[in-house]
Design a protein around this ligand. Structure first.
Ligand code: FEO
Length: 425
């Protein structure tokens, strides 16, 4: 029998026991098709919340989206009285997990609320109440429920600044918030019972956690040493079969692969271009030749013709520098360049080196517009973009080589500083 009993025979939602002392009290949302406007949820999602019972009180860990509060409260009432609730933990304040919080606080006014340090201002913004009582916690802080306890792990930016995880040592369970979660709705709940959710798990990581890889790595340092029987995330299957497998997968996904192929101190510079009549291509090739003069920089040149950009996202994520070449058509850079840039929303580009160049016929706004976008994505753009009117002359090709050389020197720290004339900007 694969099914899990989520309701009574009369259709009243019931809690599901994960152990004698821990219950799932969440809600299923099988009809959701997009989350946060852009995320695919091909078979819906779940909002997982949990109850931990100790000899001296009950803890509720996370709640559900507002429209699903009735299911949450019915399940909660099936395993606890409101008067027993001593502790409410919010691992993350996004509305899909705090929708039922105001009502829960009314029903259990005696409960103490535990949130991360970074969640404090968000909580005030969320509840719009001046008088709020809560306890901010950091890694190492604990709360006792008698013969059960909860320990807090500070795991920020996974995927909001406020996120944390909560560990129940006597149960060897980790309540991980969105970490290790995915949008996958299946009323069998457990990872060893539900359908194939690998796509959802990988997709969720790629779109939600990937921009914060450095924080994933820091969180794993806290999570990996924990004895674990089960991971209880806020979305998707409860991971009771081989929970370590999902931790290892996060480790793989957040570890850079490229550095194994590089010499110590070697930098990487990627040049992408698109060209209508071959003029921007000539510039790209000259910039490539210029940059190649620096031995400690591994330079790569790619033509974006054909329009597919997805294969390049991984490369760009690990590169030290990104140079883009675009013609200007109708006062703008061209679509493959914008497509490439929009695909980079899922990666952290902060402080990478950026550069832009291109040939133009009339006004040449494309280069400036792309430069602005690179700065908006938090790349460093220390060298003014290089524009050439129509066909590059021999002198202009020489200028392109110098531009490439300068970008490569900037990466290795060998570029000489110079005085910038603001009239040129
Ligand atoms: Fe599931 Fe970030 O909320």
């Amino acid at each position: 029998m694969n099914s899990v009993q989520l309701e009574s025979e009369d259709g009243v939602p019931l809690a599901v026991a994960l152990s004698e002392r821990v219950h799932w009290v969440g809600a299923l949302d099988p009809n959701l098709r997009t989350f946060d406007i852009i995320l695919k949820t091909a078979n819906g999602t779940s909002y997982n919340a949990y109850v931990v019972r100790g000899s001296e009180g009950v803890a509720v860990i996370d709640t559900v989206k507002e429209g699903f509060a009735n299911d949450f409260f019915a399940r909660l009432e099936s395993v606890a009285d409101y008067a027993e609730i001593k502790v409410i933990v919010l691992n993350h304040l996004e509305p899909d997990h705090t929708g039922a919080l105001p009502e829960l606080m009314k029903r259990a006014p005696q409960a103490q609320l535990f949130i991360s340090q970074k969640a404090q201002s968000m909580l005030k913004g969320l509840l719009k109440q001046d008088e709020l009582s809560f306890t901010p916690v950091v890694t190492g802080d604990k709360v006792s429920l008698g013969d059960r306890s909860l320990e807090f792990l500070h795991t920020p930016y996974l995927h909001w600044p406020d996120t944390q995880c909560t560990y129940a040592p006597e149960e060897a369970m980790l309540f991980s918030g969105d970490v290790f979660g995915c949008h996958f709705c299946d009323n069998r709940l457990y990872n060893d019972k539900v359908g194939d959710f690998r796509f959802s798990f990988e997709y969720y990581y790629a779109h939600i956690m990937r921009p914060f890889k450095e924080y994933v790595v820091r969180a794993l340092e806290l999570i990996e040493p924990l004895p674990l029987k089960l991971i209880a995330p806020t979305h998707g299957p409860i991971l009771r079969d081989r929970p370590q497998h999902y931790i290892q997968r996060y480790r793989q996904l957040s570890s850079p692969a490229l550095h194994n192929e590089l010499r110590p101190n070697q930098k990487t510079l990627l040049i992408f271009y698109i060209s209508s009549y071959g003029n921007t291509r000539r510039m790209a090739e000259a910039i490539y030749q210029g940059a190649m003069q620096i031995e400690d920089v591994r330079v790569s040149l790619y033509d974006l013709e054909g329009g597919e950009v997805a294969p390049f996202v991984d490369l760009i994520e690990e590169a030290d520098g990104l140079v883009l070449g675009t013609p200007t058509i109708n006062g703008d850079a061209v679509k493959p360049i914008w497509d490439l840039l929009s695909s980079l929303a899922v990666v952290n580009l902060k402080n990478k080196l950026g550069g832009v160049f291109g040939s133009y016929g009339w006004t040449g706004e494309g280069v400036r517009l792309v430069e602005d976008r690179l700065r908006g994505l938090k790349l460093r753009v220390p060298i003014q973009g290089l524009r050439v009117k129509l066909i590059p002359t021999d002198d202009e090709i020489h200028e392109c080589k110098a531009f490439g050389l300068e970008l490569a020197q900037e990466l290795t720290g060998a570029r000489e500083s110079r005085v910038i004339n603001f009239a040129d900007l």
